[in-house]
Design a protein around this ligand. Structure first.
Ligand code: PEP
Ligand code: MN
Length: 339
């Protein structure tokens, strides 16, 4: 159920509604919007009788939710969510680019890449410290030795750090050193992990599962929001199909499809979405064209000897070119997609 407050409702009236929801053992989720506040309700397993809220002061309307989503939906917040990461925004007017290596391999490698992406205008730096690899015999990430390097990058370049938590205990550490918690494709439905992310104060970048439908993905975001964390960024990174010309099939149609359902920002990862360097820039341009709010791109200073995902990493020069093209596309696309 969804309670829509009147535009003129006072904070005290909103608080009184929140209290009434809590008094019956349910959880209210107030999402203030540009014109009104709406309150989503979770915690019920059966339908709630909305009449008990209809006559409370400041309430405009009580709406029964028939869709599987309560909090990610445009019914709750008609305008887009803008996630603010220490002043750098994802989902707003500016196009957000998260760039960096697949994995933090060494100080020299990570600093060289950070320098390059910072110079080309990235505001977010990515890099896995813990890597969930398909094979147990491949590089699993530097582990805790990587944190000092990320701390240095954050301090020296002012880049916001995006890095993956692979389980609940690693999430505790990610929270200490990062600005955005990345939940990887393999963990999209790791419900204990995503619920823990939902209790974090940091924004969560939720990658689409390897074979997840749109509904499964959005319900994973719903898990995070239901725990009280409303700063979720969705990241399309391709899904498994029969195609063999790419590592994954990048589903760009997911961007407008989500836009129709949800207020959450959506970014695109053309690196994992294709697996091939030569496809990354064209797919990045296409992502802008379909209305993505940003990109996640892998960049390496020595990709031939990268310890993971070298085949899809851009060189710093290629990355600089991508940024130019993407900015030009963004200028053009803005004319077709009203904010
Ligand atoms: C990554 O971003 O490095 C990664 C492992 O991506 P995904 O979870 O999308 O496979
Ligand atoms: Mn990778």
């Amino acid at each position: 159920m969804l309670i829509v407050m009147k535009a003129a409702a006072t904070p005290a009236e909103v608080d009184a509604v929140l209290e009434t929801v809590r008094a019956i053992g349910l959880r209210p989720h107030p999402l203030p919007g540009a014109t009104r506040t709406a309150i989503g309700i979770t915690g019920n397993t059966a339908a709630i009788d909305g009449r008990r809220f209809e006559h409370l002061a400041g309430v405009a309307e009580v709406i029964r939710v028939t869709k599987p989503y309560k909090l990610i939906t445009l019914d709750l917040r008609p305008e887009k969510t803008v996630v603010d990461v220490a002043g750098a925004k994802i989902g707003g007017a500016e196009f957000a680019i998260i760039a960096g290596p697949c994995a933090i391999e060494s100080r020299d490698q990570a600093i060289a890449v950070a320098q390059a992406v910072c110079k080309s205008g990235a505001r977010f730096f990515r890099g896995g410290v813990y890597k969930p690899r398909t094979s147990p015999y491949t590089f699993q990430g530097l582990g805790d030795k990587g944190w000092d390097i990320l701390r240095e990058i954050r301090e020296s370049f002012g880049l916001r750090i995006v890095t993956e938590a692979i389980d609940e205990s690693s999430l505790d550490t990610v929270e200490r050193y990062a600005d955005v918690i990345q939940i990887g494709a393999r963990n999209m439905q790791n419900f204990s992990l995503i619920k823990r992310a939902g209790r974090s104060k940091l924004p969560v970048l939720l990658k689409r599962g390897i074979a997840a439908t749109l509904e499964e993905w959005l319900l994973a975001a719903e898990y995070i929001m239901a725990e009280g964390n409303y700063n979720v960024i969705l990241c399309e990174r391709g899904v498994r199909t029969f195609a063999q010309h790419t590592r994954n099939t990048l589903d760009l149609a997911a961007v407008p499809a989500i836009r129709r359902i949800s207020h959450l920002p959506v970014i695109v990862d053309p690196s994992h979405g294709s697996g091939n360097t030569y496809m990354v820039t064209p797919l990045a341009r296409a992502a802008v064209g379909v209305g993505a709010d940003g990109l996640m791109v892998e960049v390496h200073n020595q990709r031939d000897i990268a310890l993971s995902d070298g085949a899809q990493a851009l060189t710093p020069e290629e990355y600089a070119e991508l940024v130019q093209q993407v900015n030009a596309m963004h200028e053009l696309t803005r004319r077709f997609t009203p904010a």
